[in-house]
Design a protein around this ligand. Structure first.
Ligand code: ADP
Ligand code: MG
Length: 363
């Protein structure tokens, strides 16, 4: 969180539902000394959305979030929250709150006092504070834990208290910077589900930063894929996975077979093979789950190639096949384990896909 206990936030901006909760317009940030934080970021987040910023370490996710929070001043560009410009407005006067991975709960205060901290600082009436503490602890599933101290809670429970505290001031937008990064896998998955439910039940807009594509795909209403200080693409998880526009998005969100070559009409000539595409293009992506493999795979897979089965990888629910074509190209196929054909490494096989399942990429 920023100023301990958060902000008094109820009086900012219009509440017309068609005004987006958060807007970044042409944001650029060059740090002192010349390091580039973000090159160009524009995005709009609607009322009540769970919106994620996804990208590799160093791509500018935290910088973007800190600019929204008012902890960092953009070199150029504009931040609007609920339609109102945040220019010159310090963090503690913005209708946002920030939750980090390292949760800064006050160890000497009880759970209830941690949640009540911000509202008390802002001089809320006693009754309203008590009602907020009750409601927020109920929201995060910690009713009955009011009198405990942070040290008497599990890691997941402490994280819930931090969320309750961050929501106590009724922020327009809750900003979360890799809040689950320090948790082990099992707890992280539990907390992903809990956070998604808390967001839904509270109706608060969440902007969530992560470098974990599964986390972004499973939690977000919409997400932005970021790369080197820019947004590559914005859309729903299904849109981004099924219709990536760039090589970066296609490869960052899951595995894919990438082809690059010369375009001749709807045919792509690449590495000694010709591939039919749904439309002309120079680069194409075919997800492994769209690639069939077998001794014979059937006529409907009009992109069909013979090759040698080089590897079969057991993944539990699915199997992954690597097929080496005579030209040297390696195709990856993924099939549900229960449909797995009777194949052995070294077999001469066919691998192929329906041209409609290929996605033509811009670059
Ligand atoms: P992410 O959160 O996606 O990992 P950051 O927003 O933290 O990325 O960083 C983006 C870029 O800005 C990186 O190259 C990083 O080194 C640089 N950067 C971040 N904070 C600072 C700072 N306070 N001073 C100088 N450079 C910074
Ligand atoms: Mg970061």
């Amino acid at each position: 969180m920023n100023a301990p206990g958060g902000n008094d936030t109820r009086t900012t901006g219009t509440t017309a539902p068609d005004v987006p909760d958060a807007e970044l317009r042409d944001i650029r940030k060059v740090y002192e000394g010349g390091a580039r934080g973000v090159e160009e970021v524009s995005l709009t987040v609607g009322r009540g959305e769970f919106f994620s910023l996804l990208g590799p370490s160093g791509c500018g996710k935290s910088t973007t979030l800190r600019i929204l929070a008012g902890l960092e001043r953009p070199t150029s560009g504009e931040v609007r929250i609920r339609g109102e410009s945040m220019r010159g407005r310090p963090a503690h006067r913005r209708p946002t709150n920030l939750v980090f991975q390292r949760l800064a709960l006050f160890p000497h205060l009880t759970v209830a006092d941690n949640v009540a901290f911000g509202p008390r600082l802002h001089g809320w009436p006693r009754k309203r504070i008590a009602e907020t503490v009750r409601a927020k602890l109920e929201l995060v599933g910690l009713t009955g834990y009011e009198k405990r101290h942070p040290a008497q809670l599990s890691g997941g429970q402490q994280q819930r208290v931090a969320i309750a505290r961050a929501l106590a001031g009724e922020p327009a937008v809750l900003l979360l910077d890799e809040p689950l990064g320090a948790l082990d896998l099992r707890l992280r998955v539990q907390m992903q589900q809990a956070l998604k439910r808390i967001q839904h039940d509270s109706g608060t807009t969440f902007i969530y930063v992560t470098h974990d594509q599964i986390e972004a795909l499973t939690m977000s209403d919409r997400m932005a894929v970021m790369n080197e200080g820019r947004i590559e693409q914005i859309g729903s998880p299904a849109e981004l996975y099924r219709s990536p526009r760039t090589t970066f998005t296609a490869t960052f969100l899951g595995d894919t077979n990438l082809f690059e070559g010369v375009s001749r009409g709807d045919v792509l000539e690449t590495d000694g093979i010709s591939i039919s595409l749904p439309r002309p293009g120079r680069i194409a992506s075919v997800r492994p789950e769209h690639v069939a493999v077998g001794a014979r795979i059937g006529e409907r897979f009009t992109n069909r190639f013979r090759g040698r089965l080089e590897d079969v990888i057991f993944q539990g629910a699915s199997l992954r096949y690597h097929v080496r074509l005579p030209s040297g190209v390696l195709l990856t196929a993924e099939r549900p384990a229960d449909t797995h054909p009777d194949l052995s490494i070294g077999d001469d096989v066919e691998a192929g896909w329906d041209p409609a399942s290929a996605v033509v990429l811009d670059h």
